[in-house]
Ligand binder design. Structure first.
Ligand SMILES: C[S@@+](CC[C@H](N)C(=O)[O-])C[C@H]1O[C@@H](n2cnc3c(N)ncnc32)[C@H](O)[C@@H]1O
Length: 236
C-alpha cells in the first residue's frame, strides 16, 4: 500500500465513523455548529445580486447549509458547488440539505478537491475548511491555491482553515504516531505559501491557534495536536 493510499484510508475511516455516529447541528461533536469565521463573512456579501459558492471538502454540509439558509433568508439567489471525496459525506449532505430546505441550492460533486475544475472569476466565496491539507501532495496544494485565487470574482472572498505542524498521539499509552495527513507543513511555511498564493488579495484575517482534539483511527482514539491557520482574503 502506498503512503497516499494508507493516509486516505485512515482519513476515510475516521470521517465515515464521525458522520455515521454524529448528527449535523446536534451537540456531541464538531458537527454541532458551523465555523464562526465562515458565518461572519456572509453579511459582507449581502449586497451581491447573486452568490456562487464553492465548498471544498464540504463534509455533510456544516458550513454550506447555513450559508444557503442565510442567502435564502435575504432572498439572494445562491448556488453552492459542494465537493467531497466520500460518497457517505455527499449522500448525507443531500439528505441534510433537504431536511434544512436548501436542497435546490446545493450542487453535490463526489470528487477530490485537487481534481475539481475551478474556472477563473467564477465564485463569490470559496471555502476550504480543514480540507486543503488533504490535497494529494504539496504540488497539488500549490496548484489548488492558485486555482482558488484565480477562481474568485473581483471582491470575492476565500476563507481557508488549515491544519499545520500536526502531531498525533495515542490516547492510551501517549506514544507519538505518524500524522495521517497528506500535507503537514510547519506553520510558518504554510503561512508563507498562503501569502505567496494570494499576493493579489487583501488579507482580512491571518490567525493561528494551537488546538488539540481526539478522533478515531482504526481501533485507536488519537489526539491531534495542530496549529490551526485561519486565512481569509478578498480579491481586489
Ligand atoms: C475535517 S472534515 C471538514 C468538513 C467540512 N469542511 C466542515 O468544516 O465541516 C474534511 C473533509 O474533507 C474531505 N476530504 C479529505 N480529503 C479530500 C480530498 N482530497 N478531496 C475532497 N475531499 C476531501 C473529507 O472526506 C471530509 O469530509
Amino acid at each position: 500500500m502506498n503512503t497516499l493510499y494508507k493516509i486516505r484510508n485512515a482519513e476515510r475511516k475516521s470521517h465515515e465513523s464521525c458522520y455515521e455516529n454524529n448528527r449535523l447541528f446536534e451537540e456531541g461533536s464538531w458537527l454541532a455548529k458551523p465555523v464562526s469565521s465562515v458565518m461572519d463573512i456572509l453579511p459582507l456579501l449581502n449586497k451581491e445580486s447573486s452568490v456562487k459558492i464553492l465548498d471544498l471538502g464540504c463534509g455533510v454540509g456544516r458550513n454550506c447549509i447555513p450559508a444557503a439558509q442565510f442567502f435564502s433568508k435575504i432572498k439572494t439567489p445562491c448556488f453552492i458547488d459542494c465537493v467531497d471525496l466520500l460518497d457517505c459525506a455527499i449522500n448525507q449532505l443531500m439528505s441534510y440539505s433537504k431536511k434544512y430546505q436548501v436542497g435546490d441550492k446545493i450542487i453535490p460533486h463526489t470528487c477530490a478537491i485537487e481534481d475539481f475544475p475551478i474556472p477563473p472569476e467564477t465564485y463569490t466565496l470559496i471555502l476550504g475548511i480543514s480540507s486543503l491539507e488533504h490535497a494529494a501532495s504539496l504540488e497539488h496544494l500549490k496548484d489548488l491555491l492558485s486555482k482558488i485565487s484565480l477562481g474568485l470574482k473581483p471582491k470575492g472572498i476565500a476563507c481557508l482553515i488549515l491544519n499545520s505542524n500536526i502531531t498525533e498521539e495515542n490516547t492510551v499509552d501517549h506514544s507519538i504516531l505518524l500524522p495521517q495527513f497528506e500535507i503537514n507543513l510547519p506553520t510558518e511555511t504554510m503561512i508563507n505559501l498562503l501569502k505567496k498564493s494570494f499576493s493579489k488579495c487583501r488579507v482580512l484575517q491571518n490567525r493561528t491557534s494551537a488546538q488539540s482534539y481526539t478522533i478515531p483511527r482504526e481501533d485507536l482514539q488519537v489526539i491531534i495536536h495542530t496549529n490551526v491557520i485561519t486565512y481569509i482574503v478578498q480579491k481586489l
